[in-house]
Design a protein around this ligand. Structure first.
Ligand SMILES: Nc1nc2c(ncn2[C@@H]2O[C@H](COP(=O)(O)OP(=O)(O)OP(=O)(O)O)[C@@H](O)[C@H]2O)c(=O)[nH]1
Ligand SMILES: [Mg+2]
Length: 187
């Protein structure tokens, strides 16, 4: 009699222990100049909702997003000048930094490059993988990925893995590869 009971117990609990065994976690910090679309990225990842009206972030937002077997703990940090000195604090010790750029706003590329280089020069974020997103590629006249790499001098970064994608939170173009990259940071 005892054997069937034990085998039933194992059968019922196998899927639960299986999902625990395979679940992964990644901590991500999202930074970039104001209005580049950081909060929009988190909203679209979290609930698939894009909106034209997003309140500029004050300080930071913390969101947890579960995708498949990966839980992403995401620090969405404000991009206005007065908040940029906080970026380093949120980026140190994370599994990846996502740097969001508006590729349509080419006048801000110098500023975007400067702020990125400032951040990456901090020893506390040394070696942390970097994903640069040229968001808003639905807008006409946006810079290509190649132009973004040149403008931000991403090819000169040697001390960490760097990826760069063009995407749009509005149209959700390339959202799948962004999500794949983020999930790949899970451990
Ligand atoms: N056309 C277009 N607009 C976008 C896209 N993503 C975001 N936006 C718009 O850009 C504006 C700023 O977006 P936010 O997500 O608030 O930008 P942010 O980087 O979080 O800004 P801060 O919190 O101030 O640092 C909003 O009006 C969004 O609707 C996109 O892919 N395409
Ligand atoms: Mg924001």
């Amino acid at each position: 009699m005892r054997i069937p009971i034990r085998s039933q117990y194992r059968t019922q609990h196998w899927p639960f222990s299986c999902s625990l065994f395979f679940s992964k976690f990644a901590e991500i910090a999202i930074v970039g100049l104001q209005a580049s679309g950081k909060t929009s990225l988190v909203n679209v990842l979290g609930n698939g909702q894009w909106s034209e009206d997003v309140v500029p972030t004050v300080s930071y937002n913390l969101r947890k997003v579960r995708k498949g077997n990966v839980t992403l703990k995401i620090w969405d940090v404000a991009g206005q000048p007065k908040f940029r000195s906080m970026w380093e604090r949120y980026c140190s010790g994370v599994d990846a930094i996502v740097y969001v750029v508006d590729p349509h706003d080419q006048e801000k590329f110098d500023s975007a490059r400067f702020e990125l280089q400032q951040l990456l020069s901090q020893s506390s974020v040394s070696g942390v993988p970097l994903l640069v997103l040229g968001n808003k590629n639905d807008l006409e006249g946006h810079a290509t990925t190649k132009e973004l790499i040149q403008s931000l001098q991403l090819d000169k970064i040697r001390d960490r893995p760097v990826s760069c994608y063009s995407c749009s939170m509005k149209s959700q173009h390339n959202l799948d590869i962004v999500l794949q990259w983020l999930s790949g940071r899970g451990h």
